[in-house]
Design a protein around this ligand. Structure first.
Ligand code: HEM
Ligand code: HEM
Length: 221
């Protein structure tokens, strides 16, 4: 499995970052909504601390992802109408903005509330406000909460688009981002979906199917 992306495939680096971050962000959203309604208790404090530490991890992973994106290539776009390509790019841009906004507004909210901030009890992070700031606290909380609802909407478009590519357009857009899935080399004359459930070595040479049109064959040694 190549670490870097190729013309028709996301590399292991981009795919790992995409899915690790997707799981963490969706988990943070669910835990965030659950924890705010809990009655005060030591358990609640622990869950808040965990939410903040994992949220800061997402911020660090985002910086790594952007650096990786600059060093890596993007696979070529699968064929689609121009407006769809532009819409997909706009949603990706929005997702990147929200991946920044959510942890930063959480950090700002924590700072404006006057609370200290630690990463998994290992080290402290500085306050972004230099002390409690009640007015900013309310604004940061609004950005954090509504930013998450914005993320949910962007994700509906993103996931809807990915599923449309897979089930309606029947192209490779989703498969080439999934972990542990690999495209077969093209099979002459086949109209079946081109994927297997696990990484398998490519067949040594393609034997034409009995019904194959010989004119479609590629040159052989
Ligand atoms: C991608 C990262 C993050 C996501 C998706 C996320 C999501 C959420 C959500 C959905 C809520 C519930 C909002 C509400 O109804 O009040 C919440 C609450 C909260 N988040 Fe985050 N969060 C993230 C990162 C962070 C970070 C980095 C911090 C702090 C450093 C943080 C601090 C908080 C706090 C303190 C609350 C509780 C607000 C309250 O008590 O009402 N979050 N988060
Ligand atoms: C919190 C969850 C998610 C976030 C923040 C997210 C974000 C992103 C971003 C920013 C990209 C663009 C990558 C780049 O160009 O650098 C991307 C690509 C992609 N995502 Fe997600 N994603 C999430 C969840 C999902 C889910 C659940 C699916 C599938 C059902 C999915 C399918 C894809 C696919 C197929 C691509 C590649 C698109 C292409 O080849 O142009 N993503 N994602």
């Amino acid at each position: 499995m190549a670490l870097k992306s190729e013309a028709n495939r996301w590399g292991a680096g981009a795919r790992t970052l995409h899915w690790v971050m997707a799981v963490l962000i969706i988990g943070l959203g669910l835990v965030g909504l659950y924890m705010s309604d809990l009655p005060n208790s030591p358990q609640k404090i622990k869950i808040y601390a965990l939410h903040k530490s994992v949220g800061l991890t997402v911020l660090a992973l985002l910086l790594l992802r952007l650096a990786w994106r600059m060093a890596d290539r993007r696979p070529d776009e699968v064929p689609m109408p121009r407006w769809q390509a532009l819409a997909a790019r706009a949603v990706h841009g929005l997702l990147y903005v929200l991946m920044f906004t959510l942890p930063l507004s959480g950090w700002l909210y924590n700072s404006a509330s006057g609370y200290p901030l630690q990463w998994f009890s290992l080290f402290n992070l500085p306050s972004l406000t230099g002390g409690a700031d009640p007015a900013l606290k309310g604004t940061a909380h609004l950005i954090h909460e509504y930013g998450f609802y914005g993320l949910v909407l962007a994700l509906l478009a993103h996931v809807g688009g990915a599923l449309k590519h897979h089930f309606i357009d029947r192209d490779d857009a989703l498969v080439r981002m999934l972990p542990l899935l690999r495209r077969h080399p093209p099979v002459p004359m086949s109209r079946e979906p081109v994927m297997t459930a696990i990484e398998t070595p490519a067949p040594p040479d393609t034997v034409p199917a009995p019904h194959a049109d010989p004119s479609q064959e590629t040159a052989k040694p």
